[in-house]
Design a protein around this ligand. Structure first.
Ligand code: SAM
Length: 276
């Protein structure tokens, strides 16, 4: 059994597929705490039973997190040790938990990370796409219009982009990604990572979309899409210039806003603002 500290919240990563990815430390903490706050108690009960654990569970999800957080802070104050898990991977990463963690930290109580699997990092680690700087974009908006708008704002982003996607939107998402980034943009689609049918597709968005369209099996399961950032400096400067111009023109004369935005971004002033 692990040594655990009283009055402490442990934030514990669980496997994203392969059960062997639960670390010995995570197992020890889950066995030793007084209760585990879980996104879906039925899912976590299955995980615990696979490890022969019977620690009591408390449901914490997006709809009850505010109220439950206050009660869990009281339990911690009373000296109990608690763990927070999500259905899979690292809590708080496209998963509930940040309100609870914030409440515990604001109460001045210790929060201890117990790291492990995370689908975004797992995909990045096998993509072979520059990973020194990356943007985690999580799930795109479900509605097509909003999704396309979000992708358009990312078209000139120079950092590598990481997206989560579910089976029922993967095809539409790839079509929209191609419209925003171009068919030749380098990318990797990680499907069912660490599981039996793990697949890595690439090397471009066009090739990935073709492989997914050609084989219904490639549309099943869970997905992480890693997209190389834009290598087009001019496009990146223009996007940054437009962003700055939009922000500055709310406070300054348009001509002054355009001059400043051009200086700061390197984009040509005329491309930001037509007037004198
Ligand atoms: N907290 C989790 C983490 O640390 O990665 C993510 C939770 S989010 C609700 C679930 C999404 O993560 C899935 O829709 C998928 O995009 C991605 N994901 C989770 N497990 C995966 C896997 N084994 N293979 C590929 N993607 C996965």
């Amino acid at each position: 059994m692990s040594e655990i500290a009283r009055g402490t919240l442990y934030v514990v990563a669980t496997p994203i597929g392969n059960l062997d990815d639960l670390t010995p430390r995570a197992r020890g903490v889950l066995a030793a705490v007084d209760a585990i706050a879980a996104e879906d108690t039925r899912n976590t009960a299955v995980l615990l039973s696979q490890f022969g654990l019977r620690t009591p569970l408390v449901a914490v999800h997006d709809h009850n997190e505010g109220g439950v957080a206050a009660r869990l802070v009281e339990r911690l104050r009373g000296g109990e040790a608690l763990a927070l898990v999500s259905d899979a991977g690292t809590p708080l990463v496209s998963d509930p938990g940040y309100r609870l963690v914030r409440a515990v930290r604001e109460a001045g109580l210790p929060v201890v990370p117990v790291p492990g699997a995370c689908a975004a990092i797992t995909a990045l680690s096998v993509a072979g796409i520059p990973s020194d700087r990356f943007c985690f974009e999580g799930f795109l908006p479900a509605k097509a219009g909003a999704r396309r708008e979000r992708l358009a704002t990312l078209a000139a982003e120079p950092r590598t982009l990481v997206f989560y996607e579910s089976a029922h939107r993967i095809e539409a998402m790839l079509v929209d990604a191609i419209a925003a980034f171009g068919t030749g943009r380098e990318a990797m689609l990680g499907r069912e990572l660490t599981k039996r049918f793990e697949t890595l597709l690439g090397p471009t968005l066009g090739a990935i979309a073709a492989a997914v369209a050609a084989d219904a099996n490639q549309r099943k399961g869970e997905f992480v899409l890693v997209v190389r950032g834009s290598e087009d400096d001019e496009a990146a400067q223009l996007a940054e210039g437009r962003r700055l111009y939009a922000a500055l023109s709310a406070h300054l004369k348009p001509s002054v806003a355009a001059k400043l935005a051009a200086e700061l971004s390197g984009a040509p002033r005329k491309a930001l603002y037509g007037g004198e």
